[in-house]
Each structure stands twice: as C-alpha cells, then as structure tokens.
Design a protein around this ligand. Structure first.
Ligand SMILES: Nc1ncnc2c1ncn2[C@@H]1O[C@H](COP(=O)(O)OP(=O)(O)OP(=O)(O)O)[C@@H](O)[C@H]1O
Ligand SMILES: [Mg+2]
Length: 256
C-alpha cells in the first residue's frame, strides 16, 4: 500500500492518534457543543502550519468579530496579526449576525457589515469558496479553517441544495490542494441534518461533560478516510500559551 501524504496538525498528541497527521488535501469536520474547543483546535491547526511547517493558511470567520477572535486566540500565543503582516495567514472576515443575514435575505436590500459583500442572487457559499481559493493562491496557502458551518446554513436559501453545495465546496478545496477544517455546531445548523458527516473525509467530535462518569473534556476521532486512527475517547485540556493538548497518551493502549 502506498503511503498517503500527511498534513501534521502539530497539536500535541493528535498526530499520533492520526498515524502521522491529517490526510493531506482532505476536509475534516470538527463538531461539538459550545465551548468545547472547536475554534481553538481549528485555529491551532492553521496557525501551526505557518508557525511550524512553513505552510501559510486561511482562516474564515463567519460567526465572531475577527478582532475579538484574534484577541481570544492570543491567550494561546497564536499571534495571528504578526503572521497576517508577514503574509503567512489571511483572515477572511465573513462575520454576520444571523439577524443581519435574515434581514438581508428578507429585504434583499440590507448591506451586510462585513469585509466583503454578499450580493443578492449569488450563491453565497460558492462566493466564499471563490474567496478562499483566491486568498490561498495569493499566499500559497495549504491549510484552511472555516468557523463555522452553522452560519453557512443561513446562506443556503434552498435547504435541498445543502448536500450539493457542500460537495462542490469540498471538491474545489481539494482541487486547490488545501487541507481544511470545517467547524460545526453540534446543536444547530446543517449538522443536525447529519449531511456533513457523510460528505466530509473526517469527523472529530469534542465533548465537555460536567457531571457523571465521563466528566471532563474529551475528543473522539469518529472517522478519517484513508488512514488508521485511534478509536478511543481521549482526554484533552486547554493550556494557556499553547492551545489544546491530548493528555492521556502515556496510558497504555491509548495510541493506535
Ligand atoms: N485562557 C484560557 N485557559 C484555558 N482555557 C480557556 C482559556 N480561554 C478559553 N478557554 C476555554 O476554551 C473554551 C472556548 O473554546 P472555543 O472558543 O474553541 O470553543 P468553541 O467550541 O469554538 O465554542 P463556540 O461554540 O461558542 O464557538 C472556553 O469555554 C474555555 O473553557
Ligand atoms: Mg467557536
């Protein structure tokens, strides 16, 4: 069997669980409830590309104020602004509150407060994919994070198109040689329809239990096409100045 090309996450412990890293050129869904670490994981993956592997990256922000996002990530020493200046990272500000978006679709006139305009009648997700691919060409990016797909759901006027549109986006990102993490909120948006899980090449779920036997923060690699991977539930923690770490790898049987 030929060895597949890997895209190491650089997240302590994770690459071991993936048998060397994400399969390169694939699209991975990171899903979980609020506050489970989805944004930290996706950002750490792209940031590490630039910081450790000489691979520029694109970060698409759909649900947060980009300045707030950069400040929050600064706690983990992800100095996004510095890399933006050096042309190693591009942050695409596509943030719109859902209310603004609903107004936008309802009135067809409202001007969205974002760094680029979403024009009525256009396929918005295709437009975001265009922007990602253009930005990636500009800096030679290899990695992308899209945070989050729940917001993309608002951009798809015809829900029956969700599958086709996501397949098309997945195909175009792959063709551009990009390894992509797409963040999904486990409690709402298209993820509740279970469509993305089938379209994406990999699925990682993040969990935070505050009571019961499984108390604490965990990660599960639910699926990763074309590679062996851990099938265990792993404990994770968020470390100031570093980001996410997998903490149970020294225990026997916790690798793959
Ligand atoms: N300085 C810090 N040190 C340790 N943990 C932190 C720190 N700052 C934030 N966190 C943890 O990170 C969590 C937020 O992580 P993140 O933003 O990645 O979650 P998320 O899954 O993207 O949430 P949402 O669905 O709301 O976007 C917080 O709930 C908190 O537990
Ligand atoms: Mg988030």
């Amino acid at each position: 069997m030929t060895e597949i090309e890997r895209c190491p996450s650089g997240i302590p412990g994770l690459d071991k669980l993936l048998n060397g890293g994400f399969p390169r050129g694939r699209t991975i869904l990171v899903s979980g409830n609020c506050g489970t670490g989805k944004t930290i994981l996706a950002t750490q993956f792209v940031y590490n590309g630039a910081a450790k592997y000489g691979e520029p990256g694109i970060i698409v922000i759909l649900e947060q104020d980009p300045n707030e996002f950069k400040k929050d990530m600064g706690v983990f020493n992800f100095d996004i602004q510095e890399f933006e200046k050096e042309g190693k990272l591009i942050v695409v500000n596509a943030s719109l509150s859902s209310i603004e978006l609903q107004d936008f679709f309802n009135t067809r006139e409202a001007v969205p407060k974002s760094s680029f305009s979403l024009l009525p009648g256009e396929d918005k997700l295709d437009k975001i994919t265009d922007i990602i691919i253009k930005a990636a060409e500009k800096i030679g990016a290899k990695r992308v994070s899209i945070d989050s797909i729940a917001a993309l759901d608002f951009m798809l006027e015809d829900k029956t198109k969700v599958r086709k549109t996501l397949l098309n986006m997945n195909y175009r990102l792959k063709k551009a040689g990009l390894t992509t993490i797409i963040v999904a909120d486990a409690t709402r948006g298209v993820s509740t329809q279970g469509i993305e899980e089938f379209i994406m090449d990999g699925v990682i779920t993040l969990h935070y239990e505050t009571t019961g036997a499984d108390i604490g923060r965990h990660m599960v690699i639910g699926k990763m096409r074309s590679t062996a991977h851990s099938e265990n539930i792993h404990t994770i923690r968020f470390v100031k100045g570093k980001g996410i770490e997998i903490t149970d790898l020294d225990e026997p049987g916790m690798g793959i």
